[in-house]
Design a protein around this ligand. Structure first.
Ligand code: HEC
Length: 129
């Protein structure tokens, strides 16, 4: 029983750590409108940032392209549809080539629209787009 007591002590500290991490995440995006902020959280939790960079500007070693130069080509509705099935979209969009962008059909339309709003907001933040 002494061993399990020690484990419980360690577990009791976890919520504090989780709270700190959540707080840190919020403070960096708290100036965004609520739906854009949810989009920003999805952008990280759905791994978009891994391939496109946290600011959408990618980097030479990331598999995804810099998103900012092509933002003019998208609307919220179009991007939300693209995210559901990039391959189907790429088949009718000569600019895209169905090359490594995963689909996110498991997300709701609402979630994909929030993601789209966040992605489209990246151009504003970039300044030199
Ligand atoms: C495994 C890496 C990877 C992940 C994860 C990923 N992408 Fe992509 N994405 C790509 C690649 C590669 C392309 C280029 C596809 C093409 O040219 O047809 C792309 C293309 C795009 C485009 C179109 C860019 C253009 O030229 O118009 C957008 C927008 C986009 N991704 C947004 C997202 C969002 C939002 C997420 C998360 C929901 C995401 N991506 C997740 C790799 C990724």
């Amino acid at each position: 029983m002494t061993r399990s007591g020690a484990h419980l002590g360690a577990l009791a500290r976890l919520p504090v750590l989780a709270g700190l991490l959540a707080g840190a995440g919020c403070s960096s995006t708290s100036d965004l409108p609520p739906d854009v902020q949810t989009g920003a959280e999805l952008y990280v939790s759905q791994s978009c940032a891994l391939c496109h960079g946290a600011d959408g500007r990618s980097a030479f070693w990331r598999p995804g392209p810099d998103l900012v130069p092509s933002l003019d080509a998208w609307t919220v509705d179009a991007l939300a549809e693209y995210l559901a099935d990039p391959a189907a979209w790429a088949a009718r969009d000569p600019r895209l080539d169905d090359d490594g962008m995963p689909g996110f059909p498991q997300l709701s339309v609402d979630e994909r629209e929030r993601l789209a709003r966040f992605v489209l907001s990246l151009g504003d933040a970039g300044g030199d787009a």
